[in-house]
Design a protein around this ligand. Structure first.
Ligand code: SD4
Length: 312
């Protein structure tokens, strides 16, 4: 704990994403570039789990959310973006090329195309197609957290291995500190599987799915976005670090707020995980229940998946 440069990201797919981010950090590059390039790896992977390969909404359409923040406190995001491979890069363009923070839906897509991003075919990945057909049999109306994992026949929140060997989670969040001690973060998702059309979770929202304050630290979240939004989760984590909490304790306190609000019984049905990094390069995570893990990379030879501590 306490190294820089260093990159952290959520879930198993974080290992490959970290490798790409590390190439930039290793050569003295900017954390902001690292967190964009890192999660683009996950967005590109066909059957795993973030981006166009992810599960669709309940109408069968994949809609993507992403946001990015730099060391100056600038932010950009896209919500409910369709048919674009790299929402994180569109989020960066929103930040850099427009006077706005968010673009949504058709407007976000129009902007992406204007910026030269190709419009991909409206098509589900083979795994998503299979999952969607299975889901349609019952068409359970309410969005469920990590439904694909439950149907994989494993413990509710344990990761599920797909036929192509990838691990199935629909979000990646990444935070990094570069050799100059600057912090940045990114978060990109296809959102919860079979969500209502138009539903937006925490991932693209500054202060919910991602928050960076270069004086203090950075945090990302994953899990049931509605719960994260209601406590301004990552903003809370960073503000707690400002007050002197360690990254892990800040994440734990944010989890605690969610558990307190929902009560223990209901919390057993919810997964939320926070991952945080402070200005010294110290990091930590906390989640509601077992199953969340994060990847940490701080050298060419160290890129490791660590299980997060959990509350219940
Ligand atoms: C959401 N937080 O859309 C995301 C889902 C997620 O792993 O993190 N899944 O609510």
């Amino acid at each position: 704990n306490g190294k820089k440069p260093l990159v952290l990201s959520t879930w198993d797919a974080g290992i490959d994403a970290n490798k790409e981010a590390w190439k930039i950090l290793r050569s003295g590059g900017r954390a902001f570039d690292a967190v964009e390039k890192g999660v683009m790896v996950t967005e590109s992977s066909i059957n795993c789990c973030v981006g166009l390969g992810g599960n669709p909404d309940r109408e069968g359409i994949v809609t993507l959310d992403a946001c990015i923040m730099d060391e100056f406190g600038n932010a950009g995001g896209v919500l409910a973006l369709e048919r674009i491979l790299h929402p994180i890069s569109v989020a960066r363009r929103v930040m850099e090329k427009t006077p706005h923070v968010y673009l949504v839906g058709d407007g976000a897509q129009m902007f992406a195309v204007e910026q030269g991003f190709p419009l991909e075919p409206q098509k589900l990945s083979p795994d998503a197609e299979k999952e969607y057909k299975k889901w349609l049999e019952k068409s359970d109306y309410k969005p469920q957290i990590n439904i694909e994992q439950k149907e994989g026949g494993q413990t509710a929140f344990a990761p599920n291995k797909l036929s192509n060997g990838a691990w199935n989670h629909d979000t990646i969040g990444m935070i990094a500190i570069d050799a100059n001690g600057n912090l940045s973060g990114s978060c990109t998702t296809s959102g919860m599987a079979f969500k209502m059309r138009g539903r937006v979770g925490d991932s693209p929202l500054v202060g919910a799915g991602l928050f960076v304050d270069n004086e203090v630290g950075a945090a990302v979240s994953t899990g049931l976005g509605e719960e994260v939004i209601k406590v301004c989760g990552t903003h809370l984590v960073v503000e707690l670090m400002r007050q002197g909490y360690s990254p892990e304790n800040a994440c734990k306190e944010a989890v605690n707020r969610i558990v307190k609000h929902n009560g223990i019984a209901k919390s057993k049905e919810i997964q939320v995980g926070f991952l945080a990094l402070n200005k010294k390069g110290e990091y930590g995570a906390y989640c509601i229940q077992t199953g969340f893990s994060f990847a940490v990379c701080d050298s060419d030879t160290h890129n490791e998946l660590i299980p997060s501590k959990h509350m219940i």
